[in-house]
Design a protein around this ligand. Structure first.
Ligand code: PGA
Length: 241
């Protein structure tokens, strides 16, 4: 059985006070969440520390949004796997399209970050996906294949989640058709050595489309930006039918 993983990506949103307010509103709704669903919050570093002190006994798993490949060193602005693991972080997003677009992340640096995450027993969530332009010229498969091939060199597929996030669907309200997302995710799975890797869909996942997305046989969860910021909407996502 592949694990269902519903993960929120808060990006650069929420102060510590706001993160605790979210928690208060969100926690009660987990009573209705089926046991076999993993609920993850990938939050800013300051919130990570705050939430790690307030999540004891809760089923919410903590996730970071990046990790450096070295254990320590002169890397201003970066954070190491050891630092994340020390405060109870379990997941880390690697290679999100915003990192690739604005911060020069490449398949090579993504690969190094994946390996570093696994060294500290963090489960990386590797993001892959094509731009609108690549889709329009028929380069979905080749783009995603290259991201996987170069990103996954030496990576242990027993401790890995992949998120298919078509870039044109992120933050736009323009969700990829569920059937199409299912098709690309099937294609991704066919390129893995471990067919049990959980593969999420991400890109404008909302309470009104989660049921259709999760009804697809290849889709094992969602990586959610905007709709993870409000307790009510994230609750509806983790409690999809
Ligand atoms: P979105 O973001 O749900 O706001 O489209 C998804 C993501 O960036 O992971």
């Amino acid at each position: 059985m592949r694990k269902i993983v519903i993960a929120g990506n808060w990006k650069m949103f929420k102060t510590q006070a706001e993160s605790l307010e979210f928690l208060q509103g969100f926690m009660p709704s987990l009573e209705h969440t089926p046991e076999d669903r993993e609920v993850v919050l990938c939050v800013p570093y300051t919130d990570l520390y705050q939430l790690s002190k307030n999540l004891h006994g809760s089923r919410i798993q903590l996730g970071a949004q990046n990790v450096h490949w070295e254990d320590s060193g002169a890397y201003t602005g970066e954070i190491s796997g050891e630092m994340l693991a020390e405060i109870g972080t379990r997941y880390v997003i690697v290679g999100h399209s915003e990192r690739r677009q604005y911060f020069g992340e490449t398949n090579e640096t993504v690969n190094k970050r994946l390996l570093a995450a696994q060294k500290y027993a963090l489960t990386p969530i590797l993001c892959v996906g094509e731009t609108k332009q690549q889709r329009d010229v028929g380069e979905i498969e080749s783009t995603v294949t290259k991201q996987l091939k170069q990103g996954l060199v030496g990576v242990d597929q027993e401790n890995l989640v992949i998120a298919y996030e078509p870039i044109w669907a992120i933050g736009t309200g323009d969700t990829c058709e569920a059937v199409e997302a299912n098709r690309v995710i099937g294609l991704i799975r066919s390129q893995l050595s471990n067919p049990k890797v959980s593969i999420q869909y991400g890109g404008s996942v909302k309470p009104n489309n989660i049921d259709e997305i999760m009804a697809q046989p290849e889709i094992d969860g969602a990586l959610v930006g905007g709709a993870s910021l409000e307790p009510d909407s994230f609750a509806q996502l983790v409690n999809y039918k």
